[in-house]
Design a protein around this ligand. Structure first.
Ligand SMILES: *Cc1c(COP(=O)(O)O)cnc(C)c1O
Length: 412
């Protein structure tokens, strides 16, 4: 079944949808392997932005006039399509934010305000992105709460036995990533969520590196809160999603005060609007909100399962080919991985390798990938990271491998 579907996956046709992939960098065809940082945009998303400003531009949720109505409708279509994309029970469980970072800050702050006190405990993991560490540290500092960290092994897999041992009467929330942005590890989140729920602890899931690669069903996962960013799923920057179970979102106070998030304002008292608007103060990033829908439609037209199969095939090809590079050392060798490969080349600095690759038109990320504790764990300052998307090809993998061999020759 999977195999048959994969035959329909035509990567050259997909590449034609992304105008930037036609350009050259330093006189060489662009090989874009920094998709973990942000993905490129298909023409349909780019066109949607122009269409919004040429035909619809108007503020949302406010005017009685025609343009305001059509832009509001388009904005709300996005919300409904996100709802069905992640199979949320209710439309109002989808909060439009500016991105994953914003979504985490909303929950850390608001859940923290309502539920976290002196001596309480918050569980995160050793492989979190800084944006799933710092907001929790800030609330810990404010409330005198304690951060507990799930350890990981040398392969870059979380220690689930140790995780079970972290829970206590004081544990108030657990927050961890679905897929590690620096190692590619896919965590056994369904089990991890169930374990937290046995202790009556809600879970926040950082899905920033999962949403574009893996089918997510929030009801099946039974996750309490979840976040992702538009720009990592072929959509615009400055837009993201916070999902929360209705009861969980109703139980916490709003984040910011302003327009749209109120029902009634007097100088004596303000009553807050209902979900989702309670968490959406002020004019949102309307064009990005509307255009995120074009990205979701793009993914849906291809099929997330087809994308996952293709990327799996590409990942194992890349892994095999990269093993032929002399002196390569992989960081993060989990059994279950998404399309991220982090590595070092003996006797070279990641930055120097990155600069040589750039001269060859190859874009990779070098450095700590906003996950310094992960680098500390492996005793390294950073890695070279190649992260793949649905438009990458085996030929591009070959170009990367040739580039790395050349870099190693020059530097070692
Ligand atoms: C990119 C990323 C974030 C932060 O996303 P922003 O879009 O920068 O807000 C958080 N967590 C993970 C795992 C990420 O990859």
């Amino acid at each position: 079944m999977k195999q048959n579907k994969l035959k329909d996956f035509d990567v050259s046709k997909i590449r034609a949808d992304f105008p930037i992939l036609k350009r050259e960098v330093n006189g060489k065809p662009l090989v874009y392997l920094d998709n973990g940082a942000t993905t490129q945009k298909p023409q349909s998303v780019i066109d949607a932005i122009t269409h919004y400003y040429s035909d619809m531009n108007s503020n949302v949720h406010r005017g009685v006039h025609y343009l305001s109505q059509i832009s509001t409708d388009a904005f709300e279509v996005t919300r409904r399509n996100i709802q069905s994309f992640i199979n949320a029970r209710h439309e109002h469980e989808i909060i439009i934010t500016t991105g994953t970072t914003h979504s985490i800050n909303i929950i850390a702050t608001c859940f923290g305000k309502a539920n976290i006190g002196l001596g309480d405990e918050i569980i995160i993991s050793a492989m979190e992105h800084h944006s799933n560490i710092v907001p929790w540290q800030m609330i810990c500092e404010e409330k005198g709460a304690i951060l507990k960290v799930i350890p990981m092994n040398e392969q870059g897999e979380l220690d689930i036995e140790a995780y079970k041992g972290l829970f206590s009467e004081k544990t108030k929330i657990a927050s961890f990533t679905y897929v590690s942005n620096s190692l590619g590890t896919i965590n056994p989140i369904k089990d991890m969520i169930a374990i937290a729920h046995e202790h009556h602890v809600p879970v926040f899931l950082d899905a920033a590196q999962a949403i574009q690669h893996i089918k997510i069903d929030v009801q099946d996962l039974d996750v309490d809160f979840l976040a992702f960013s538009g720009h990592k799923m072929y959509g615009p920057t400055g837009i993201g999603v916070l999902y929360g179970k209705e009861d969980a979102l109703n139980a916490i106070p709003p984040y910011q005060g302003g327009g749209d998030m109120i029902k009634e304002v007097t100088f004596e008292k303000t009553t807050y609007n209902e979900l989702p608007f309670k968490f959406e103060a002020g004019t949102p990033n309307i064009e990005a909100g509307i255009c995120l829908n074009a990205a979701i439609e793009y993914i849906n037209a291809i099929g997330i399962d087809e994308i996952a199969s293709y990327e799996e095939e590409l990942l194992s090809y890349a892994q095999e080919q990269l093993e032929t590079v002399p002196g390569i050392r992989f960081i993060g060798t989990a059994a279950h991985k998404s399309s991220v490969i982090s590595f070092l080349i003996d006797g070279t600095h990641p930055y120097d390798v990155g600069v040589i690759l750039d001269k060859l038109g190859i874009a990779v990320r070098t450095g700590h990938h906003c996950a310094q504790p992960v680098m500390d764990k492996f005793g390294i300052p950073g890695t070279i990271r190649a992260s793949f998307a649905l438009y990458n090809t085996k030929q591009e993998v070959d170009t990367l491998v040739a580039g790395l061999k050349r870099a190693a020759n020059m530097l070692v």
